[in-house]
Design a binder for this molecule. Sequence first.
Ligand code: CAO
Length: 450
Amino acid sequence: MTNPIEVLVPDIGGFKDVSVIDVLVKDGQQIEKETPLITIETEKAAMDVPAPAAGRITQVKLKQGDKVSEGSVILLIEPAADADADADAAQTASAAHDANSTPAPAPAPAPAPAPAPAPDAAAAAAPARAVPGAAPPIATRADAAIDESAFSKAYASPSVRKFARELGADLGRIKGTGAKGRITQDDVKALVKAILTAPQAAAAAASPLPKVPVVDFALFGAIEVKPLSRIQRISGARLQASWINLPHVTQHEEADITDLEAARAALKGKAAQEGVRLTPLAFIVKACLLALQEFPRFNSSLDPGGENLIFKKYFNIGFAADTPNGLVVPVIANADRLNVYEIARALALMSEKARAGKLKNTEMQGGTFTISSLGGIGGTGFTPIINAPEVAILGVSKSIQKPVYDGSAFVPRLMLPMSLSYDHRVIDGAEAARFVVFLAKTLGDAKKLL
Ligand code: CAO
């Protein structure tokens, strides 16, 4: 018998201050090697941390709700006599890992008890493999499609959260049937069953995507590898999901904003005195709101089964904001209740917060239609990707003076290029054309927007 040793949180892929959602053992308990000790929940996955050796737990150092990072002490254990070698290996390798040196040789880790992880889970689990024998393999379960913010807010017990993680079920999509709306295990099962029996899921399972070739770029010259930012990783997965799942069509149109710009120029100075930066985008948001009210289908979403259209009676406008950490989409809630000055104020306030990384999750949720404006930068047109489950997005490019024939002569007019991408399952081409024509007409009539 040896002195108690500390069992530490192993490398968890760089995540810090991760929540302990379950403590699975207690003081005095005899455990086997690989017995799950705690469950931690990163934004990507729930993971069980298993015991590095068999023995008797002398003191559990963590409780549910604690935050941990790599190296946090989980518990003290008196290793069983025949487990000393494992325990020594675990300790030695932990120390070696802390010092960033090569890990001590140790027996190859036992295979992870969990099913083969999804790609995201594989990334989270990779560091554990990089230190053979140092930390025992971690069972990870993840689902890239989970809305982490909604998941974390869902009203459910730790065991139900764990169960949902195991199945890759998004708690944020479940309406609890338990006491006070608490989500039960049966609710999670019902969601999974609904997804599995949906026709789309069957189709998706039957047609895995072909893979892009893997190239070792270093064979051809010098390279430098930099990690994507957290925002880029999250938005990248969502953009890809939208691109793959929604049949996109982009409808282009130009709006004559000569008169609107004249009106804006006249109002800009006074607005600035009141602290409002009146950019073209505020008027474009206003025009979109009028168009959405005229064409409610553009403010709808398909239900997950793809059989019903959900018309939203509120108008929350998201706008793409370029930030040093990547693309974010702040949402102006109930924008239809605001005048153009209030919209301009909201745009300025939220883009400033976005760039400072201070947007709350709630300020990026609930959007019903998105605008991506690259007009301040340039370009003549692009193909914006729909912010699914929304069904349309307006891309705006830089306005430019163009010669427009007025029936007798070419006259200079300020033209604003617009690119409307829409989900062709929900919106027909003719309706999309009507939408952009309406939008262009509205933007041509400044009085309608003030
Ligand atoms: N045509 C010509 N000029 C335009 C214009 C347009 N369509 N839109 C804006 N401008 C002008 C503005 O008037 C402003 O000029 P002044 O300072 O002289 O008034 C200047 O361009 C810069 O505007 P801005 O970008 O600061 O403000 P905005 O309200 O137009 O946009 C925001 C705010 C947050 C949308 C923008 O800053 C941004 O981040 N754009 C990038 C969005 C993006 O990355 N989209 C791609 C997403 S991937 O699909």
